[in-house]
Design a protein around this ligand. Structure first.
Ligand code: XIL
Length: 366
């Protein structure tokens, strides 16, 4: 604030003396110019938002319906975050009403919002065993037809957003808890090679897109994470164009700290970029219907967020693709519906106010 006052005084003096030699601008105009400078200067120097404070991109998964109708939600996205992921708008179920058609409107609106507000757009997700339109499950044909449909989807979607979406989750949630490949419909129809193929097709469609494999549960047991990491190391050896690993971190307050740092460090040991891609810290993992939010739980949550951010910030700089939170406030978190329970997993509460978790995230880089 003091710096700002000095700057303001300097501008006033500077502009006033300019105006003396200038017949055009009057004092009112000059003051207006100063007032405009004031806001932006203040933002850059004194505003401790996520995007102004964190030394890596900070993103959020957004719901387009809420973004359009709720200005307070929108304001938080604009003010706090510099990267956005589509919570659902870029999934196959949203983009593909039928085998021959594409519906771009909602995802295009997301991209437009991002362009207008200077946000990075993260593409989530090209190939996943869930959020599939009904016609995929009913799709008839042998290997060649499936491969053609799979390739067309990846190619059309990546090309549509070329130059707008900087990075993609090419493959989402492909691994089982024991570290083997999950038997998704893609694996059943195309064989285990579907993962390599997806990356090759995506890379051909946009050679400059940054390509990720993304999964959940990387911080729970070791088997799943190690299965994924080993698989990715094989991809690197085979020359598959993969750039990064996303660890979702849909996580919970009662998981020991060491599990998070171990997950991050083992993933980073591949040398690839690391994205914490869908983070929230649940306070009610036991799904107790009667649980109430307490200040103790809030403090524990803040400490967990702080620890994760600190561990992430300790990774090599060039591997820090960013941290993305999944949803904006506690009332729109997917966790509430998905687990049908009260929960408060995010840094903003249902009244759009910052929680201790917010400060925890900022403290993680101090
Ligand atoms: C979830 C969305 O948040 C929900 O709105 C939707 O109904 C189901 O998908 N892992 C992922 C995300 O990769 O796409 C999921 O998002 C959450 C789990």
């Amino acid at each position: 604030m003091n710096n700002f006052k000095i700057l303001l005084a300097f501008l006033v003096i500077g502009c006033t003396s300019c105006a003396k030699n200038d017949s055009e601008p009057n004092q009112v105009t000059a003051d207006k110019t100063i007032a405009a400078t004031d806001v932006s200067t203040l933002k850059l120097s004194d505003d401790n938002t996520f995007q102004n404070t964190l030394p890596f991109p900070i993103g959020v998964g957004i719901n387009m319906g809420i973004l359009k109708r709720d200005s307070r939600y929108r304001d938080i996205v604009i003010k706090e975050y510099n990267s956005i992921s589509a919570e659902t708008a870029m999934k196959m179920k949203s983009l593909r009403p039928s085998a021959t058609t594409y519906k771009w409107s909602e995802a295009d609106d997301l991209v437009k919002f991002a362009e207008e507000n200077n946000k990075r757009v993260y593409g989530h997700a090209l190939i996943w065993g869930n959020s599939l339109p009904g016609w995929v499950k009913d799709f008839k044909g042998g290997y060649p037809e499936w491969k053609q449909m799979f390739k067309a989807h990846i190619t059309q979607v990546v090309k549509h957003f070329k130059g707008k979406v900087v990075a993609w989750d090419v493959i989402n949630e492909a691994f089982a808890d024991n570290g083997d490949l999950k038997n998704t419909i893609w694996r059943q129809k195309l064989g285990p090679n579907y993962i390599d193929m997806a990356f090759i097709f995506a890379h051909r469609a946009d050679p400059s897109a940054i390509l990720f494999i993304n999964d959940y549960g990387m911080e729970y047991g070791n088997n799943k994470r190690r299965g994924l990491v080993k698989y990715v190391e094989g991809m690197i050896e085979r020359g598959i164009p993969i750039d990064g690993i996303g660890t979702q971190f849909h996580s919970r307050v009662n998981l020991p700290d060491a599990k998070f740092s171990r997950a991050l460090n083992e993933i980073a040991a591949t040398g690839l970029k690391v994205h914490i891609s869908e983070m929230e810290i649940s306070l009610n993992p036991a799904s107790l219907q009667s649980l109430l939010l307490s200040s103790l739980l809030e403090r524990e949550q803040a400490a967990k967020y702080e620890y994760i951010v600190r561990s992430y910030n300790a990774l090599p700089k060039k591997q820090q693709f960013g941290i993305t939170l999944w949803n904006v406030t506690d009332k729109d978190s997917w966790v509430l519906n998905y687990y049908d329970r009260p929960d408060w997993p995010l840094p903003f509460d249902g009244n759009y106010q910052k929680k201790p978790a917010y400060q925890g995230i900022l403290d993680g880089v101090n």
